[in-house]
Design a protein around this ligand. Structure first.
Ligand SMILES: [Zn+2]
Length: 306
């Protein structure tokens, strides 16, 4: 079903990465700048991530000898340094997720560059290393994001959804960046997010129902040689019953066997090496997809219903 499956290391059938985006209360301040301080319950709901879920997840990964990737808005790193220390000291990757979870495609190019660089400075000062990977907050990758990531020597992006296996993003100048895609079925937001403060009222799923979706995606990737990337949040999936279900999912993957559990920087390095040696040739998407609104609809608001 995948026409160009990846030769994964040691004959693995698929690659698996559990990635957690530790947004904490950055999203509350962004959504309600002037009243976030009065929203105490919502703040506690989100702080559960760095305070309770991160230590739990680090323990869970240690039990399975796994090293994984965490995406952190830099403001959250400054607010919750103990969580950062725990993640880094256990060998996990810290990747870029904006400064305050700002949406890149709602900023102009200079603003986007400013926040990208400001967050990188925090990551470098707290971890001693430049970030290799980026995930646009809320998947809001802009038409300038690729150029800005290339200019800052990022090695991969993990914001897009254009394939079942890694592929390359190419800028108009012909420079390329590895894309490690996921999609909404592997995001925990649709399964678990219910909050009056964000106007999200998803009907909360039982952990086993969510795991059924994730497991089906895993089985398909295992069958066909794909890449399975979970996009989860500590304040949602780090809750107790969901974490117990995640442990069962990891056990299921181990029982099935021939799975490469890896950090995203390791997967990106593997793709780069295959690509350089010519052993495997990734598909290429040239960005931006469009230079502006399509001309067929003209300048006026089209008035066409979706
Ligand atoms: Zn996020």
């Amino acid at each position: 079903m995948i026409r160009n499956p990846v030769p994964w290391p040691d004959g693995a059938r698929c690659a698996v990465a559990f990635t957690f985006d530790m947004d904490a209360d950055s999203i509350l301040h962004l959504a309600h700048h002037r009243s976030a301080d009065t929203r105490v319950a919502a703040t506690s709901f989100l702080r559960y991530g760095p305070e309770v879920a991160i230590p739990r997840l680090v323990d869970l990964y240690a039990r399975f000898s796994m090293r994984q990737t965490f995406f952190l808005p830099a403001w959250c790193m400054e607010r919750y340094p103990a969580a950062v220390e725990l993640i880094a000291s256990n060998g996990h990757e810290i990747a870029h997720h904006g400064y305050l979870h700002e949406a890149p495609n709602e900023l102009d190019r200079d603003e986007e560059r400013y926040w990208l660089e400001r967050a990188t400075e925090v990551i470098v000062s707290m971890t001693g290393e430049r970030p290799k990977g980026f995930r646009a907050p809320s998947y809001k990758f802009s038409r300038d994001t690729l150029d800005l990531l290339l200019a800052q020597d990022f090695r991969y992006d993990a914001s897009l959804m254009g394939d079942d296996v890694p592929y390359l993003l190419e800028s108009p100048e012909g420079r390329r960046l590895v894309e490690l895609p996921s999609h909404y079925a592997l995001d925990d937001w649709p399964h678990f997010m219910s909050s009056r403060d964000f106007n999200y009222f998803m009907s909360i799923k039982a952990p086993d129902q969510a795991m059924e979706v994730y497991r089906a995606e895993f089985d398909a990737m295992w069958e066909c040689g794909g890449l399975w990337i979970a996009v989860w949040h500590p304040f949602l999936s780090g809750r107790l019953a969901r974490c117990l279900a995640i442990a069962k999912l990891i056990e299921y993957m181990h029982e099935k066997g021939k799975v490469w559990f890896a950090r995203l920087d390791e997967i990106a390095a593997h793709v780069e090496a295959l690509s350089t040696s010519g052993e495997w040739t990734p598909r290429v998407d040239r960005l931006p997809f469009y230079p502006g609104p399509i001309p067929e609809l003209g300048d006026a608001e089209p008035g066409l219903a979706l």
